[in-house]
Design a protein around this ligand. Structure first.
Ligand code: ZN
Length: 150
C-alpha cells in the first residue's frame, strides 16, 4: 500500500468513527472554533489535572479533514502535559505548512502531511489545535490569581 493511501485510510477512519466525540460536563475549559472558509465548527472541552490534559472531547460539524484532525488530536494529547502539547502543536503546524517537515514522533498525526498539498485545507486541519489553545487560554485566565492593588 502506498503511503498516501495509508494516510487516506487513517483520515477516512477517524472521520467515520471520531474518537473522543462528545462534550465533557463539567469541564475545566471550553472553546468554540469556526473556520468560515470551509464552514467547519468545533467545540473542544477539556479537564486539567495539575499541568496535564486529563481528558478531552470534541464535537461539531465539519469536513472530513477537520473531524479527523480533531479526533487524532484528542487521542494524541490525552494525558500529556502542557509543554508536550505545545511541542506537538508546533510539529503538526510545521507538518501542515512546510514541504520538508519531518513526520517523526507524530504517530497517526503524520497522516495530515497530505493536507499540505491543498493549502486551502490547512485551516481545516489546524482548527482543532487553535480551538484547543483557546480553551487552554480560558483555563489559564480562570485560574490566574486575582489582581490586587494592595
Ligand atoms: Zn474543512
Amino acid at each position: 500500500m502506498e503511503l498516501q493511501d495509508l494516510y487516506r485510510e487513517v483520515i477516512l477512519d477517524h472521520n467515520k468513527h471520531p474518537r473522543n466525540f462528545g462534550r465533557l460536563d463539567p469541564a475545566d475549559a471550553v472553546a468554540n472554533g469556526h473556520n468560515p472558509l470551509c464552514g467547519d465548527k468545533l467545540t473542544v472541552t477539556l479537564r486539567l489535572a495539575n499541568d496535564a490534559i486529563q481528558d478531552v472531547k470534541f464535537e461539531g460539524n465539519g469536513c472530513a479533514i477537520s473531524v479527523a484532525s480533531a479526533s487524532m488530536m484528542t487521542e494524541a494529547i490525552k494525558g500529556k502535559d502542557r509543554a508536550s502539547v505545545n511541542q506537538l502543536f508546533d510539529k503538526v503546524h510545521a507538518l501542515l505548512t512546510q514541504q520538508d517537515a519531518p513526520s517523526t514522533d507524530l504517530g497517526k498525526l503524520a497522516a495530515l502531511s497530505g493536507v499540505r498539498e491543498f493549502p486551502a485545507r490547512v485551516k481545516c486541519a489546524s482548527l482543532c489545535w487553535h480551538t484547543l489553545n483557546a480553551a487552554l487560554a480560558t483555563a489559564d485566565a480562570a485560574s490566574a490569581p486575582a489582581v490586587s492593588t494592595e
